[in-house]
Design a protein around this ligand. Sequence first.
Ligand code: ADP
Length: 483
Amino acid sequence: MVWLGQNVNRIQTDEGSFYFSSVARDITERKETEVALAQVQSALEKSEAKYRSIIENMELGLLEVDTKGMIIRVFERFNEMTGYEGDELVGRNAKETLLVPGYEAVMDEQQGNRLKGKTGVYEIKIRKKDGSELWVIISGAPFYDEKGEIRGSIGVHYDITDRKNLEFQLELARSQAVKAQEAEKQFLANMSHEIRTPLNAVIGMCHLLNDTPLDATQAEYLEILLRSASNLQNLISDVLDISKIDSGKLDVQPKPFDLKELAQSLMYPFVVKNRERDVGFEMDFDALINYWVTTDPQLLNQVLLNLLGNAEKFTEKGGVGLHIRILSQTPSRALLRFEVKDTGIGIHPDHIDTIFDQFRQADRQIRDLYGGTGLGLAISYRLVSLLGGSLQVHSTLGEGTTFFFDLDMEKHWPEVEKEQRKFSASSFALPDDQQYQILVVEDNPVNQKYITTLLDKWKLGYELAPNGLKPWSASVKAALTLS
Ligand code: ADP
């Protein structure tokens, strides 16, 4: 097909009459361009309608602003979100009209980025026409004119008010739970002294009662009382220890001390207690550790005591060993490995990963057979971490278990330390001579009774004070308190 067009011209003759001449032209090319343009236009309109409906259906409110932040176009969904109508917002300043005070800095920063051609996603609060507030997440991008210059930016707004409210509620619930947990830990940590004191008194009095004449039934009842009180004391002591560690109230107090002496005095009771059993207790102490070390001896003692206690409990025959050796050292520091090995029942591989968790015992059967709280290893793990190490375990079921950790410690030389120790030991040594008195500082009347009964029994002189404020006589050379 060919499109024809006509050019009609008016021509005037000499007689003054007019006639028209017409020339037919082929305008196929122009017509085709027009048709193509119309098709493109319609496709564009359809495409815009399609994306507009997608955006509206996706509940995304679009807003266009110029480079000065004045609103130039508002999409219907944005109006629905904010309660405005038609072009009511056009021509207004977006920040002044919509922004809830407090978010100006975020908005300015984003606006600045848009002018530099950057896109961005941010969350702010906007105010609706009725004054109520709305949380929105905005994805903003610059748009350009045909010359490639930035003409403004378009912001896609999504209403996240419900999500934000939920987040606030969750945060509130979380912080309340954390506070409650904190309060519980603080309570337990603060109550530590209050709980231990009467329990110590119960156990102390049981011991005193044991020294009085008892018939067989009374002796049996007393034995049960003592055993139960001592189990309760262990349990309470573990629970209090863990809450003290968790509440951050446990102070690490490093000081130089004789590690060999600590290890020997730790092992000694186990050796004596297990003489009759088929379990040997041995210590292997690296002879090259001929110096003192600095760490918190009390905490180290507690960890090793717990590991040795477990090894003793779970070993029927064979041996338990405490090994302390040097892994590496410099003139001033030593990296020492502490190992507690046993040939006991071992730990099943399924339980090894959770063995340091609180209240974990390898399995129900073990708890029934051996008792315990499942807290000892959790405490030891935390204590070793506080000392700067990491408690680890290797175990083979039926063959034995090794717990170990490494500590990097400062070295100290015994000559100097021993001098100091001699001095401090002499100032606190109990006097041989009866003319010296012991000062007993104790506010709890039951504990006072317990201590003074013991001192009477050992025929030692003493002076009793409820607190450190009361002046005491010059003959007092040693102070004693239970708590
Ligand atoms: P518990 O007071 O119950 O002994 P622990 O935290 O000290 O608590 O130990 C947790 C569990 O780890 C024990 O119940 C036991 O199953 C296992 N376990 C600990 N030490 C050993 C060991 N030396 N040999 C075998 N099993 C052990």
